[in-house]
Write a protein that binds this ligand. Structure first.
Ligand code: GRG
Length: 309
């Protein structure tokens, strides 16, 4: 069979992920055809959108839809839309006026290839296309689609990505002591907005178009918030363990210098415990669902907490 169950193993989960991301990549490819007008902008959009990401957000969207009894196809436009928002935000995040990065997913960043002007236009175009995709979802009644567009828009703005990025930029000059309560609050605010909000939107929108009840939608939202935070805690821990293993190997700018991380505010051991706690909490939010149907999301949580790179 093609679907996961509570008895499936990790190999089956990995092939589930591959299968889902292939379907998503095909839909993304079709959503931004090359051609005129503005061929260059379309190339820049495709460069980041179709580059080699894990597609965690679309997968979350599709899995949430299917968990509440909807069809994969119903959530596909929204799944593509969250990946478009993700790509759009990545392009902006890498710009010289933001994080000033020259590499992303092992390739030169968008503005390094196309220039800052084109990169900004591609980012805005991806954002617009995301709204168009979500709002033209077929297979769900208009009131659900309207709600989905609202959730998606909210995740971008001053209650979502933009808030997280603004707090992140504002914190650049600040210094925090270890075990600093203010440091932890600052860090959580950034991650809840920069990372968790789009993961939450992915799950919530999937559940909305799939016809989930308000209670189901809320449980999926909480689950997604946990895995979003967990993702960042694990990321920070890996950065510490990686850089101590590869000491001396890191040429160029020290990306961790001055950056606030979980190991810095609570230590490595406490950070690991925190990630485990978030994983348990994420799983608890899914307890009311059928365990076979929840299998993909349970696996996804484990996959995030166990990853080694
Ligand atoms: C309004 C579009 C828009 C953005 C404005 C720039 C910005 C505000 C926000 C930054 C958003 C950002 C880059 C957050 C970091 C998110 C994050 C955890 C990225 C890494 O995600 P993965 O690991 O990446 O899922 P892949 O490469 O697998 O897709």
């Amino acid at each position: 069979s093609h679907s996961l169950t509570a008895e499936s193993d990790e190999t089956e989960f990995m092939s589930y992920m591959v299968r889902k991301s292939k379907t998503v990549n095909k839909a993304l490819d079709e959503a931004v055809p090359l051609g005129e007008p503005v061929l260059k902008i379309r190339e820049a959009m495709r460069y980041t959108l179709l580059s080699d990401g894990k597609r965690v957000r679309p997968m979350l969207c599709l899995a949430a839809c299917e968990l509440v009894g909807g069809h994969e196809a119903t959530a596909m436009p929204s799944a593509c839309a969250v990946e478009m928002i993700h790509a759009s935000s990545i392009i902006l995040d890498d710009l010289p006026c933001m994080d000033d990065d020259s590499l992303r997913r092992g390739k030169p960043t968008n503005h390094k290839v196309f220039g800052e002007d084109i990169a900004i236009l591609a980012s805005v175009a991806l954002m617009g296309l995301a709204v168009k995709q979500t709002s033209s979802s077929t297979g769900a009644p208009p009131e659900r689609v309207l709600r989905a567009v609202q959730v998606m828009a909210q995740a971008v703005g001053t209650e979502g990505l933009v808030a997280g990025q603004a707090e992140d930029l504002a914190g650049e000059g600040m210094s925090f002591e270890e075990n600093d309560e203010a440091g932890l609050k600052h860090l959580e605010f950034i991650h809840i907005h920069k990372t968790a909000s789009l993961l939450e939107a992915a799950a919530v929108v999937g559940a909305i178009v799939g016809g989930g009840s308000d209670d189901e939608i809320e449980r999926l939202r909480k689950y997604a918030r946990c895995i979003g935070l967990m993702f960042q805690v694990v990321d920070d821990v890996l950065d510490v363990t990686k850089s101590s293993e590869e000491l001396g190997k890191t040429a160029g700018k020290d990306v961790m210098a001055g950056k606030l991380t979980y190991p810095k505010v609570m230590g490595v051991e406490k950070s690991r415990e925190y990630a485990e706690r978030l994983n348990r909490e994420a799983r608890e939010h899914l307890r009311g669902f059928d365990s076979d149907k929840a299998a993909p999301l349970l696996f996804l949580a484990d996959y995030i907490v166990k990853r080694q790179k």
